[in-house]
Design a protein around this ligand. Sequence first.
Ligand code: GRE
Ligand code: ZN
Length: 325
Amino acid sequence: MHGKIALEEHMAIEPTLNDSKVFGAHVWPDLSHRLIDIQETRLGEMDKHGIEMMILSLNAPAVQAIPDIKTAIAVARQANDVLAEHTARRPDRFAAFAALPMQDPEAATRELTRCVNELGFVGALVNGFSQVTDPENVTYYDLPQYEPFWQAVEALDVPFYLHPRNPLPSWNRQYEGHNWLLGPNWAFSAETAVHAFRLIGSGLFDRHPKLKIVLGHLGEGIPVQLWRIDGRNGWMNEPHRYPAKHGVAHYFRKHFHLTTSGNFHTPSLINAVTEMGADRVMFSVDWPFEDVGQGCAWFDSAEISEADRAKIGRENAVKLFKLKI
Ligand code: GRE
Ligand code: ZN
């Protein structure tokens, strides 16, 4: 398929580059090149595999893992300025998500507002919880201090991409001795799904009915659990504290959009489309951690209707991000 749009596609700046050094020295020369490069190798692969536009974002965990608030603010700003430069050079091929210093909700709000109103960014991409001041101070975005931030996201009318990061070892001893479960194999999805559930359960979407959240990896495992999670909550004799008005599935289908990043498996795609509808699933690769050729070859020939392929490959993203292409 020509004209695809992909939206979990990462880049790095010097202060965040080493965060992605996770697969060992043998791939680092190529991986690091692909993170820094925007206009050459990347554009070449986009041309070769039918990707018209990438919505670019900073790598992970990057800003979220910088406990010092001033440094987090400065690094986010630097990344966004670099992103702005690149999208300005090729507005026909690149758009951008803002990196945000969530350590300081007011600063995050200001930075998102600057990125959307002055730089033309189409949303934000945040790498899970933030470490605030103390590296062990793990902060999730359902907490009350983020209320004005979400109000601003809703008013700006841009989607918020909740991207994975690993849990801290001190918080997740269950992975001890099994580090193969960390990262994209499992822990990324488990961590991100719980964060999404925290947002849902907190009643965030009752207070902000226009919020739009994007999840990668075909929904971080949530679509297959959607029935079960609500069923068990309803069974409780003494209900858990669950401030939201509706069940999880209600909010998930109304406020969430999923991408195919790093999950090129047709039965999972069909399941996501069945649960969410074909209007809420969008093609993505997860550059440079996944292979563009593999992702595109899979998607272009996946056994779905041509109407759904056009929506998932392009049209849903044009609408959601109001792209002018
Ligand atoms: C990602 O950001 O999507 C990512 C990493 C590291 C390994 C794999 C991966 O940051 O998908
Ligand atoms: Zn990613």
